[in-house]
Design a protein around this ligand. Structure first.
Ligand code: HEM
Length: 390
């Protein structure tokens, strides 16, 4: 294997659930792996658990705000929310959201998520004999959960589901993607303006009631967009991949159906094993620095492979196997680490803990009914369709 990769895609490549073997070789032999991108600067791929944790945990030396690092000044109006911001702006904005993601606030959503899962299962039951579980279950549920979280009015939810579906459809080309981002921001800015007039029970209403004079509409809309982009595609992928894995392991599916609480261990282990967010947001060196003997210059990009880190043998034995309840269960990096660690983690866990057992209990005979196309080279890994029958 050469010391540099000409074609830096190995961090996104999978064979079904597994990262390609080359990623494991890179992790073993080149902990900080320089990738030459034609016409661009060198990008360093970090793959070991310990190193990924160290980079994500070090916001003093690594920035999420590229424009800031190279001195362009950051554009605070960009959609995408917290992931591209540094302290003190990141700290200021995240502080508003933190109370909305405590278990106490999230419990408010639990019965609503249970009800929407049950409604979708009813609908699927009435369809048959074969349905695409991505289109009918894994896509709409996370989008509706974000609706519930933000406080999107009921009559606008079908439109919102469509907006969020388009927001993550990258097959239609860059123009359509840009249009979808604009549509989402236009809708969310309008929603924020209406909530300001008449604050509801959701997160937006709550923030406007408590901090309305500190947050302008555009900033709030961009925070809402960040929650949508953070929470939608990721949860969709986990629901679909997790279901596929469970259907291929009927003994585990039976245990999820029958043993109360077993789902908690399964969800945690599936999060690690699938690591749907394959790489963290890019980090940029704030200064010339050294990582594992590798010199990295100020402004150069470091990509942290969460997939690589979560399969690192340093975390335990048989990391390429699913082993619910393993000793290192709490240490996986599927939600990242440090100040940018996923704020929606408890909500995502709640969604999965509700959805998997409900689906498996409703359809004890559920089985995969056809070819399952996996995404190629996607930052958020997943399947395009999951045809099932029962
Ligand atoms: C299984 C589902 C999910 C996975 C695997 C996931 C994964 C991640 C990861 C890896 C990061 C950190 C990236 C980095 O440090 O570069 C992150 C950040 C984030 N996630 Fe999630 N996420 C999930 C669900 C959600 C949900 C449900 C929401 C909200 C509704 C959400 C909102 C966010 C936000 C706002 C950030 C940025 C946090 C910050 O920069 O301070 N995520 N997520």
């Amino acid at each position: 294997m050469s010391d540099t990769a000409d074609f830096p895609l190995v961090q996104f490549m999978r064979e079904e659930f597994d990262p390609v073997a080359e990623l494991g070789r890179i992790r073993a032999e080149h902990p900080v792996f320089p990738m030459e991108i034609p016409g661009s600067q060198t990008v360093y791929l970090v793959t070991r658990w310990e190193d990924v944790r160290a980079v994500l945990g070090d916001h003093e030396r690594f920035s999420n705000d590229f424009a800031g690092v190279i001195g362009l000044g950051s554009n605070q109006e960009d959609p995408g929310g917290l992931g591209f911001r540094d302290p003190p702006e990141h700290t200021r904005l995240r502080k508003y959201l933190t109370p909305e993601f405590t278990m106490r606030r999230l419990r408010r959503l639990e019965p609503r998520i249970e009800a929407m899962v049950a409604e979708h299962l009813d609908r699927i039951e009435a369809m048959g004999p074969t349905v695409d579980l991505v289109a009918e279950f894994a896509l709409p549920i996370p989008s509706l959960v974000v609706c519930e979280l933000l406080g999107v009015p009921y009559e606008e939810r079908a439109d919102f589901v469509k907006i969020s579906k388009d927001r993550f459809d990258f097959t239609a080309g860059p123009e359509a993607s840009l249009q979808a981002i604009n549509d989402a921001m236009t809708y969310l800015t309008d929603l924020v303006a209406r909530e300001r007039q008449n604050p509801g029970e959701g997160l937006l209403g709550q923030l406007l009631r408590e901090h309305g004079d500190e947050l302008d509409d555009r900033t709030l809309a961009s925070m809402a967009d960040g929650l949508l982009t953070g929470g939608h595609d990721t949860s969709t992928s986990m629901l679909a991949l997790g279901t596929l894995w469970l259907l291929r392991h009927p003994e585990e599916a039976a245990k999820v159906r029958e043993v109360d609480g077993y789902i908690n261990d399964v969800v945690e282990e599936l999060l690690r094993y699938m690591t749907v967010v394959q790489v963290a947001f890019p980090r940029f060196a704030r200064e010339d620095l050294e990582l594992h003997g590798q010199q990295i210059k100020k402004g150069e990009m470091v990509l942290c492979s969460l997939t690589g880190a979560n399969r690192d043998p340093a975390l335990g034995e048989d990391m390429d196997e699913v082993s619910p309840g393993r000793e290192s269960a709490g240490s996986h990096l599927a939600f990242g680490h440090g100040i940018h660690r996923c704020i929606g983690a408890p909500l995502a866990q709640m969604e999965m803990r509700i959805a998997f057992p409900a689906l498996l209990r409703r359809f004890p005979g559920l089985r995969v009914a056809g070819e399952v196309p996996f995404r190629e080279l996607a930052i958020v890994y997943g399947v395009k369709e999951l045809p099932v029958a029962w």
